[in-house]
Ligand binder design. Structure first.
Ligand code: ZN
Length: 232
């Protein structure tokens, strides 16, 4: 955590406390150690900055195992593997490595036509923890591009590894786009009426996909009410 000096900004996460640290979006632990740029640096209070520390470590561990490129392998070696070999970690009755092994599952690879190609190993990932971290990432991307916070009452729905990537919508041009080498890329499409409402595509290690839908709660209620009156 680095201090931001000479700036009087408010934390991009809580919007209340003065920012006294720089938070990284996406989490900087997803990057190999020698990378110069590790995501966007955003003003945060130390409380919010540390809040998801354990979830971010969990995401780093699982994504570096599930990610299908060399960068994921590198992060696994430098971060995940080292973390489960830490002496205090190995003293626990259930170690991190036990949990990783417990969640490892065999996966059968099939061609699009359904022909058996081979077997590999997959790992289960806790959707709740992915959601927490993805909400923080979206809040960060939004703040980075628009300089504002997504209002606190907005709904976030995250879909991990979605089978349908809404290709028509994804192809729409948008300035909300970015990429950090082989680690992370994203695109956001927001509505004209309310820029905080929209859909975001996140990709980790060029292989793990996530769609996050951000919704204005008042607008969602109105649409739902309109639909219900139509059906009456
Ligand atoms: Zn805060």
């Amino acid at each position: 955590m680095k201090k931001i000096s000479g700036e009087n900004k408010t934390c991009y996460l809580c919007g209340v406390n003065p920012a006294n640290s720089a938070d990284h979006v996406p989490p900087k632990n997803l990057f190999p150690k020698d990378y110069q740029v590790k995501g966007y640096k955003l003003p945060a209070c130390s409380k919010c900055n540390n809040l998801l520390h354990l979830d971010e470590e969990y995401i780093r561990d699982r994504f570096s195992i599930a990610g299908q490129n060399d960068t994921a392998r590198e992060v696994f070696q430098q971060g995940t593997r080292r973390s489960y070999l830490r002496p205090y970690e190995m003293l626990k009755s259930v170690t991190k490595l036990d949990l990783i092994n417990r969640d490892t599952v065999p996966v059968i690879i099939k061609s699009p036509a359904g022909i058996h190609i081979g077997n590999t190993t997959g790992i289960k990932i806790d959707a709740k923890r992915v959601n927490c971290v993805s909400v923080k990432i979206i809040k960060g991307l939004y703040y980075h591009h628009l300089g504002q916070r997504i209002p606190d009452d907005y709904n976030f729905d995250a879909y991990f590894d979605p089978p349908n990537w809404l290709p028509d919508l994804l192809n729409k041009p948008s300035p909300l786009i970015g990429r950090f080498d082989e680690v992370f890329s994203y695109k956001g499409i927001v509505t004209k009426q309310d820029q905080a409402t929209g859909i975001w595509w996140l990709s980790f290690y060029k292989s793990l996909g996530l769609i996050v839908v951000v919704e204005n709660p008042t607008l969602a209620k109105e649409i739902k009410a309109q639909r219900e009156t139509k059906h009456k």
